[in-house]
Design a binder for this molecule. Structure first.
Ligand code: BMA
Length: 811
């Protein structure tokens, strides 16, 4: 028996009472009630942050339903309390909470007569607590967050980050439930798999608490096709052999069949408790074999090594109640649309809810899961160690059976910080680092999840403070471009084994900029800079714009140019890594999403608006990619990268064009691209073509990869940066047709057009392709949802821009 207690709460803050519903928090409730201005707009953050210096109370009345009152044991469960609270029941304390990442259970006192009870949480200020702890024992952390945050087991980024405003909230951020148990309870279930000779042996290991005699424990597994396997659990354990297993694959490698597994406790035919999970029959791990380049770091699914393509994921909102299933799904759906097969959950936020992992299971996205520690020092005081041990256990037990879980990682950037960031000496905290990440966590994992790969830190070469930044082993965070002011060409000087972070900032969509800065925007002014949290962020943005593009004359142009440069830079690196497939086996750019309206490295902003980079990702993460390496412009080399398990018969067509887009020369080649490979298929000799005066400024390559008559990958290579190319104004023609499914926009141009961008003036829309190049003699058709617009409204709202101004004719 189980009911939820999410409704009918009251929050009291500064003597005022506000109604709320779980998930709820101080800031979110005040914003909803109109009691404070939107902290995401203007400079409202300044007045919002200090509110967290005060305490908050949440309370509600509870009447226990009859069937729960009759149970032997009644348990109150909080799936998430943020963070420091006293939980009381009719004025008597049930306990204290100190960790937002934990689940908290409190047994309720017996003897209930059906009367009304008062459930109350007194949540105390997080900022006062960390200030006190920090005064007593300083710990280092990132500059953009409120000092002392490492002392608290609360999403670090709620204290501010270099993409997040400071809103250290208080609240009940996940479901509250009331459960009644009679006779026994399933505490936890874990599954182990053995794959042998085309057969999978599944073992169920259940932790059962049985206090009445005669209880039977049964386990059933139902295959996707409906076939059911059964076994009785003895001492919580049983084995089932599945002879023709339908294997679960990471997307692109195969399908994602899910088996439904159910453990049931029953007495005389009545079900007392049950637990259901969806499992995938698969192996998924990290291979670290030694090879010609050092030691590989490579994800491997059912024995197949695959190239991980994705990005780093942060919380979907700074206000946790807004991190709903809809928001998570919107982000992950956009990842699918952009051809990701991988995502890294970064360690400075929180452990996502079940919806995140369910989506990844259903769609084959491999998950790199950090534990929630990032860029900080910690002290393992007895209290801290106790709560961290419980946190690790809670989350491992919740997430371990998801087929999409590829690896656990101890933390973000702490090993590398201790070795190379020049931090204040702190031998105690340094020793505690090793104890926590190289002893305590591996020990817990060896008991709770021995089959999932563990990596101590990101980046790392394997731990022990030994060369965490090494390029030839482990994963790598590469920030010399952007934070280090290196030119984007520097990306190609490195051959990482797995690049789990690298990034480049841009401004969000113009409507997002207007949301936080209104019409009076000045990139370097205080208002805009309050939404630019990166140290020297404005300087970095302008520095790279100056290198790459012509001067952007107004804010709309600045948005367009900054997104163009971001997309070009990340594409430049991804294609380099994918061409080096085998040596490099993974790319996660920093970062897919935003948690508030800011200037950041994301490819989608907080409102779900795609930047140029997200459209580029859809192209550069295509399972089969044609890529041009023009490191030597006189001899550009073409690679076909195939990340599927099938050999593919393909045709390459490549044209050298002049600045007007006229074709000067054409090459074509047929090729068979072997499964899971990157092969250099042809090189051109352009020495004479580019040596004429202005040759490289007025000529470019355009190329396409064709499968069964359709273009599956295409690209353009300029031999100079966009600002140096001699563009000509083009005339773009757009023909709009409407069908039930949506609008089709067929686009042609009389000259070369770089970065053609479609948008709707007042409506959010995701186009099937966008921010692409157009060449004379070619037509590109883009589709978009009807978005509730009539054909006339659609035509009125349609805006088409490109890198070099020209004219647009709407037909
Ligand atoms: C990293 C991350 C984050 C940070 C990002 C951008 O290294 O791990 O801490 O937000 O870079 O600076």
């Amino acid at each position: 028996m189980k009911i939820d207690l999410n409704d009918s709460w009251t929050m009291t803050f500064r003597g005022n009472a506000y109604p709320c519903r779980v998930p709820c928090s101080m800031y979110d409730t005040l914003v909803k009630a109109g009691a404070i201005p939107d902290p995401y707009a203007g400079e409202n953050e300044e007045t919002a942050t200090p509110l967290s210096d005060e305490d908050t109370v949440f309370e509600r009345k509870v009447v226990l339903p009859e069937d729960i009152r009759r149970a032997d044991r009644i348990v109150l469960r909080f799936n998430g309390i943020d963070t420091l609270s006293d939980v009381s029941w009719d004025g008597a304390s049930l306990g204290r909470t100190d960790n937002m990442h934990r689940t908290w259970e409190f047994p309720l006192p017996p003897g209930d007569k059906g009367q009304e009870h008062l459930l109350r949480l007194d949540i105390s200020s997080p900022t006062r607590y960390i200030a006190k702890m920090q005064r007593e024992r300083p710990l280092w952390g990132v500059d953009q967050a409120i000092e002392g945050y490492p002392w608290m087991r609360k999403a670090h980024s709620t204290f501010g980050w270099d993409w997040g405003i400071k809103l250290p909230d208080m609240g009940i951020w996940r479901d509250v439930t009331l459960m009644g148990y009679t006779g026994g309870r399933i505490l936890s279930v874990r599954y182990a798999q053995r794959h042998e000779n085309g057969c999978v042996t599944l073992t169920c290991l259940a932790d059962l608490d049985l206090w009445a005699p005669g209880i039977e424990a049964e386990w059933t597994v139902t295959a996707p096709g409906g076939q059911t396997y059964r076994a009785a659990l003895s001492s919580g354990r049983a084995e089932i052999r599945i002879p023709d297993p339908e294997l679960w694959w990471v997307r692109g490698l195969g399908p994602q069949p899910l088996y439904l597994s159910r453990v049931t406790l029953s007495l005389d035919g009545a079900v007392l408790d049950e637990k259901e999970s969806r499992i995938g029959l698969r192996t998924l791990t990290v291979s670290r074999e030694k090879d010609a380049w050092g030691q590989e770091f490579c994800l491997m699914n059912n024995g197949v090594r695959f190239f991980a393509m994705g990005a780093d994921y942060i919380p979907d909102d700074q206000l946790l109640p807004r991190c709903t299933k809809e928001r998570v799904t919107r982000t992950l759906k956009a990842c699918l649309d952009a051809n990701y097969n991988f995502i890294r959950v970064w360690g400075g936020g929180f452990y996502p809810g079940d919806a995140f992992y369910d989506f990844c299971d259903e769609n084959g996205i491999a998950v790199w899961q950090d534990f929630m520690f990032a860029c900080s020092a910690y002290r393992l005081t007895p209290d801290f160690e106790k709560t961290v041990r419980a946190e690790i256990r809670d989350n491992v037990m919740r997430l371990r059976d998801h087929p999409s879980l590829a690896l656990w990682c101890g933390n973000n950037e702490i090993e590398t910080a201790w070795t190379g960031w020049g931090l204040p000496e702190d031998p105690e905290a340094r020793a505690d680092y090793l104890t926590l990440f190289e002893k305590i966590i591996p020990e817990i994992l060896s008991q709770e999840d021995p089959d999932t790969f563990y990596w101590p830190s990101s980046p790392s070469s394997g731990g022990g403070f030994i060369n965490p930044e090494a390029e030839d082993a482990g994963d790598m965070h590469y920030w010399a471009v952007w934070h280090g002011f290196k030119p984007i060409e520097d990306f190609r000087k490195h051959y990482y084994r797995f690049c789990s972070e690298y990034g480049f900032e841009s401004l969000p969509d113009i409507r997002t900029v207007r949301y936080f800065a209104g019409e009076a925007q000045d990139l370097c002014g205080h208002l805009m800079e309050s939404h630019q949290k990166c140290a020297q962020g404005t300087e970095k943005l302008l520095y790279y714009l100056g290198q790459m593009v012509n001067y952007p004359r107004d804010m709309e142009r600045l948005v367009y140019c900054s997104q163009t440069v971001q997309a070009d830079s990340i594409r430049f690196d991804v294609e380099h890594m994918r061409r080096s497939r085998g040596r490099c086996m993974g790319s996660a750019y920093w970062q897919v999403n935003d948690s508030c309206p800011v200037i950041s490295w994301s490819s989608i902003d907080v409102f779900g608006r795609w930047k140029a980079l997200h459209y580029a990702a859809k192209r550069f993460y295509a399972p089969i990619l044609l890529s041009c390496d023009e490191t030597d412009p006189a001899r550009p080399a073409f690679y076909v990268i195939n990340d599927t398990r099938a050999d593919e018969k393909l045709k390459i067509v490549c044209r050298l064009r002049d600045r007007a887009g006229e074709v000067l020369r054409t090459w074509s080649a047929d090729t068979v691209s072997p499964a899971l490979s990157s092969v250099s298929v042809m090189a051109l000799d352009l020495k004479n073509d580019l040596s004429t005066t202005g040759g490289s400024r007025s000529r470019y390559l355009e190329y396409a990869l064709i499968k069964d008559g359709s273009v599956i990958s295409r690209g353009t290579t300029l031999f100079v940066r966009p600002k140096s190319f001699d563009f000509l104004p083009a005339e773009v023609r757009a023909r709009v047709t409407v069908t039930e499914a949506g609008y089709f926009v067929a686009l042609t141009a009389d000259r070369f057009v770089k970065g053609l961008r479609l948008s709707l003036k007042d409506t959010d829309a995701v186009f099937s392709d966008n921010w692409f190049d157009l060449h004379p003699g070619q037509e590109v058709t883009v589709t978009v949802d009807r978005a509730g617009l009539t054909p006339d409204a659609f035509r009125e709202q349609l805006e088409i821009t490109s890198y070099f101004p020209g004219t647009v004719i709407l037909e």
